[in-house]
Design a protein. Sequence first.
Lengths: 113, 114
Amino acid sequence: EPEVTQTPSHQVTQMGQEVILRCVPISNHLYFYWYRQILGQKVEFLVSFYNNEISEKSEIFDDQFSVERPDGSNFTLKIRSTKLEDSAMYFCASSGTPKNIQYFGAGTRLSVL
Amino acid sequence: TQLLEQSPQFLSIQEGENLTVYCNSSSVFSSLQWYRQEPGEGPVLLVTVVTGGEVKKLKRLTFQFGDARKDSSLHITAAQTGDTGLYLCAGATYSGGGADGLTFGKGTHLIIQP
């Protein structure tokens, strides 16, 4: 069964460093998303991407964040200068048709020290 | 800002009992998804409801979307220990042709005791 793949499963970084979280969405999907979940809190929407551009972004997705689809298979989330409060699980999701049915990856746990 | 309130937050019952968890909002959603999330993993989709009043069954799980598309419920019949987990509801609203993010509730932690 097709699935969303995320790497790495755990990323440890120093405050102020740049990190890139990687995702391989389901191959025939056209809509891509990033969410985050701080420990013990709810899943929060960050950004959505369609047709090679951002469709929607939340207040959390500030100038420190960027997304890219560098090739036909990968979808990345970059955090330019990590802060302690960026520590969270980051989930990638993708959807096809209908676009409201989103499938999630297993997540990347980001630990900022 | 759209909010989804889930209740109860925690529920512990004996195996074989029935239970219902709720997902409520003051906002109208185009569709509502129910996910199950295990510790350290991503949400796994259980069902999507789209039409007001819609009822969907998945074995012992029954999902209902409210007539006004503001609320939903998940009913489990004869709960089993394997049903233990975190159940999340998530709503979608459509803004046009692009990709629309989901609004998640905080979840219901369900424990089924043998």
